[in-house]
Write a protein that binds this ligand. Structure first.
Ligand SMILES: Nc1nc2c(c(=O)[nH]1)N[C@H]1C(S)=C(S)[C@@H](COP(=O)(O)OP(=O)(O)OC[C@H]3O[C@@H](n4cnc5c(=O)[nH]c(N)nc54)[C@H](O)[C@@H]3O)O[C@H]1N2
Ligand SMILES: Nc1nc2c(c(=O)[nH]1)N[C@H]1C(S)=C(S)[C@@H](COP(=O)(O)OP(=O)(O)OC[C@H]3O[C@@H](n4cnc5c(=O)[nH]c(N)nc54)[C@H](O)[C@@H]3O)O[C@H]1N2
Ligand code: SF4
Ligand SMILES: [Mo]
Length: 724
């Protein structure tokens, strides 16, 4: 070897290094943990993610999103300093100046228009500590009643239904390991194979053990392929299918009478009501053959053990709350809950979808799932926060309604942390117009998202590799997110940003924390005695025990792995049946808008795609939005495969490419919502809200479709400009 080569090799060795970072995927509710090996070779970094075999939930699996999650962290578009929008251009400024301007502007607006002129909009990607602190920041830092978060669009229907029926909302009532022994499993409106991919093996195991699996979904997916029976329901008709099933269960007597007698109330009414239900009518309305409804009911009814899972397919409707309650009727009638391999699960979505909805980001909620309208709850939290009870605001409004308040100019400034509402709210063209009316928009993000683009100031935050804290996964297990990568110099943790803003507002007394753990310890106290009681959970325990299940009121408590073994958490310990009321989508197809549009996800992208569209390995696998359409429907509307299609509703238009599949109902089309601008399907979707939980009807809008013939050239040009 020549001396020169030897010299370079040695130099390279000296400059190369390998670091192993412990991390937890930032995306879905499985919260898979991993080791990320960061190899530094000369000046280039190479990353490789390896699943953590000791993870009790993922059992040592990672999906492609987890494998490539680090790519967005090192993406060159990451914000490195605060930026201010000056005539449409973002200009770097110091933290000091940014914080000063924000505090001044907020104080001026509140002086002129009152405390409630500022809205706060949070997200389910925030750690428990940050979600908690954001709630405290709105109520104590700003004193506004207007706070809500993206989880309103996600879990609110199942959460409100479980609270009404069981007295508590903890996603899944059992730990995942019990799935293997469930003999009948209903998967309703859930595409686990693409949305929680590392959960699939639990269902495969169950199937191997002889489980009968029933899927309810308007289209074939990688999840429905696992099913023994697939009910291809008309979107929005789930409650009616389940009412049909309940009739069979009651009339053929698959009822667990002693359970119903001892643990529930309201069954007598339901028993009367099923007499008036006609299965022939159910078949006509739902598109599911009577024989299939009977088969599904019998299989679930006769099975010794069974579990029912719902997700957004059932929940994202203006009748989402009622839809879920009908599924809970099935669970109660057959007594399949509170026992091994028997239970219900609303499969949580975002990384901290569960914890994010327990500690005060919701408009009507205080930490520990307490109510902001309950005097005792207010007094307790006021004592923890060291404020007077009378100073705590009352309840505000839900996420979409906050947009309406902005449109009405009642809210003048918005503070967004961990959400991209321009792409994720229904009827998004209206939302965009509303946000344009704001006097002042501040966004905290890692990137200039579609929403951040409209901001006056963007504050840059750290990523999942840099920001430690706790997350509550879909099982209700509180886990620790290690963050071993050093944060970029001028970028701050979300919780630290809230502390700085608190200080700038002269409220440092309430916002001076040195670590996430210090915030967690306050959260524990604030949740103490509430429904979501975390008091017995400490950082030490979480680390030692690989997560602790809530409720966990004492440090000596093991945490609750299975809920409702002996009683429900309602005031009388009983679970309530719900009256049978048929439910219909708010928007029916018409002559002008003859098709039903439903929306959802694909494996490769996460929500509005701000992170995954900046991960090249994921983008390569899935570049653009598309519409899944049956070839017969396509033919009827003169649509060819792989061409640009205009999808239109009374609210707006989106342009996406066609993708043929015989797996979807002929009256339905499906579009994923991970893309922005003209490809964003929320320009089209309906903002009809559920009367109880205020969930929008993302899953049913009446639309028309047509090929982009004449204007094809201009559209394609526009499309290219918009999508790069
Ligand atoms: N890859 C990926 N994974 C994710 C996410 C992501 O964006 N990408 N997001 C995470 C989040 S926040 C969430 S909330 C979850 C969501 O997880 P899911 O709820 O499973 O996802 P969706 O695709 O929205 O909807 C699930 C299924 O509902 C079906 N569906 C549509 N309308 C109806 C209906 O009326 N009735 C019934 N029964 N089914 C219907 C759709 O065809 C779809 O297959 O996923 C989490 N995981
Ligand atoms: N049509 C249709 N629309 C839907 C749905 C649907 O099924 N169909 N599903 C709904 C559901 S279930 C959900 S959950 C919502 C989600 O919708 P959004 O709340 O808009 O979700 P994200 O795309 O995750 O937006 C998060 C933003 O926060 C940033 N971010 C990520 N992590 C952090 C963090 O730790 N801190 C900060 N400050 N920023 C962070 C990201 O870069 C991104 O810009 O969309 C809803 N919209
Ligand atoms: S996206 Fe979900 S399933 Fe995939 S690695 Fe991340 S946490 Fe696990
Ligand atoms: Mo979600």
């Amino acid at each position: 070897m020549s001396d020169l080569i030897k010299y370079f090799r040695e130099k390279q060795m000296k400059e190369s290094s390998e670091a192993i970072l412990h991390a937890r995927c930032p995306y879905c509710s499985m919260q898979c943990s991993m080791e990320l090996i960061e190899e530094r070779i000369v000046k280039r970094n190479r990353f490789k993610a390896k699943p953590n075999k000791q993870d009790p939930t993922s059992e040592g699996r990672l999906c492609m999103k987890g494998l490539f999650a680090h790519q967005h962290v090192i993406n060159g578009e990451r914000l490195k300093t605060p930026v201010v929008n000056i005539d449409g251009e973002f200009v770097s400024v110091s933290w000091e100046l940014a914080l000063e301007v924000i505090a001044e502007k907020w104080q001026d607006l509140q002086a002129e228009y009152g405390k409630d002129s500022i809205g706060v909009y949070g997200g389910g990607s925030l750690t428990n500590e940050e979600a908690y602190l954001l709630g405290k920041f709105a109520r104590v830092g700003l004193g506004t009643k207007y706070i809500d978060y993206n989880g309103r669009f996600c879990m609110s229907a199942a959460a409100s239904a479980q609270v009404a029926v069981f007295g508590i909302d903890r996603g899944i009532t059992n730990e995942l390991s019990e799935i293997a022994d469930a003999k009948c499993i209903i998967l309703a409106g859930t595409n686990i194979a693409e949305c929680q991919p590392t959960m699939m093996p639990y269902f495969r195991k169950a199937k191997k053990n002889g489980a009968f699996i029933i899927a309810i979904d308007p289209r074939e997916t990688a999840t429905t392929k696992l099913a023994d029976l697939h009910l291809k329901v008309k979107p929005g008709m789930d409650a009616n299918v389940v009412i049909g099933m309940l009739k069979v269960i009651i009339e053929e007597d698959y009822v667990d009478h002693s359970f119903v007698q001892e643990r529930t109330k309201g069954f007598a009414e339901v028993k009367e009501q099923v007499k008036t239900v006609s299965l022939a009518t159910v078949e006509k309305e739902t598109g599911i053959a009577q024989a299939d409804i009977e088969k599904a009911a019998r299989e679930y009814g006769k099975a010794e053990t069974g579990m029912v899972f719902t997700a957004r397919g059932v929940e994202q409707h203006a009748s989402g709350h009622q839809n879920v309650r009908q599924f809970l009727n099935l669970v109660l009638a057959t007594g399949k809950i509170g026992k091994y391999a028997c239970g219900y699960g609303a499969i949580t979505g975002q990384g901290n979808g569960q914890g994010g909805r327990e500690h005060g980001q919701k408009a009507d909620q205080l930490p520990g799932y307490r109510s902001i309208e309950n005097k005792e709850h207010r007094e307790y939290i006021a004592s923890v926060w060291e404020v007077d009870e009378s100073e705590l605001p009352r309840k505000g409004v839900s996420a979409y309604e906050m947009m309406e308040k902005i449109d009405e100019e009642e809210i003048k400034a918005l503070f967004v942390m961990a959400s991209n509402p321009i792409v994720s709210t229904p009827n998004s063209l209206f939302v965009q117009k509303a946000l344009e009316k704001l006097d002042f928009l501040v966004v905290v993000d890692m990137f200039i998202s579609e929403t951040a683009k409209m901001a006056d100031i963007i504050l840059p935050c750290t990523s999942y590799l840099e920001d430690e804290g706790t997350m509550t996964n879909l099982e209700g297990r509180v886990v620790f997110r290690e963050a071993e990568r050093k944060a970029p110099q001028d970028v701050k943790h979300d919780w630290a940003i809230l502390c700085e803003l608190g200080r700038a507002l002269g409220k440092e007394k309430w916002f001076s924390y040195e670590s996430a753990e210090e915030i967690f310890n306050e959260l524990r106290l604030a949740s103490k005695g509430g429904v979501a009681d975390y008091y017995g959970i400490t950082y030490e325990r979480i680390k030692e025990e690989k997560g602790v299940f809530w409720p966990c009121p004492k440090e000596e408590d093991n945490g609750t792995r299975r809920l409702f073994e002996s009683s429900f958490m309602t005031t009388d310990s009983l679970a309530s049946f719900t009256n049978l009321e048929f439910q219909y989508p708010k928007e029916a197809p018409s002559k002008k808008y003859p098709l039903v549009l439903t929306t959802g996800r694909v494996m490769e992208h996460y929500l509005t795609g701000v992170q995954t569209r900046r991960s090249h390995d994921l983008v390569q696998r899935s570049m653009d939005a598309f519409v899944e359409i049956h070839p017969n429907t396509a033919k009827k509307y003169g649509i060819e495969e792989g061409k640009l299609i205009r999808i239109e509703s009374v609210r707006g238009t989106a342009v996406v490419k066609s993708r043929f599949t015989e797996g979807i109902r002929e009256d339905t089309i499906f579009v994923p919502f991970h893309w922005g601008d003209l490809q964003s399907i929320n320009r089209v979707t309906s903002p009809a809200l559920d009367p109880v939980c205020r969930m929008p009807e993302f899953k049913v809008s009446a639309v028309s479709i047509r090929p982009v013939h004449q204007q094809q050239k201009e559209e394609e040009k526009k499309y290219k400009v918009l999508t790069g």
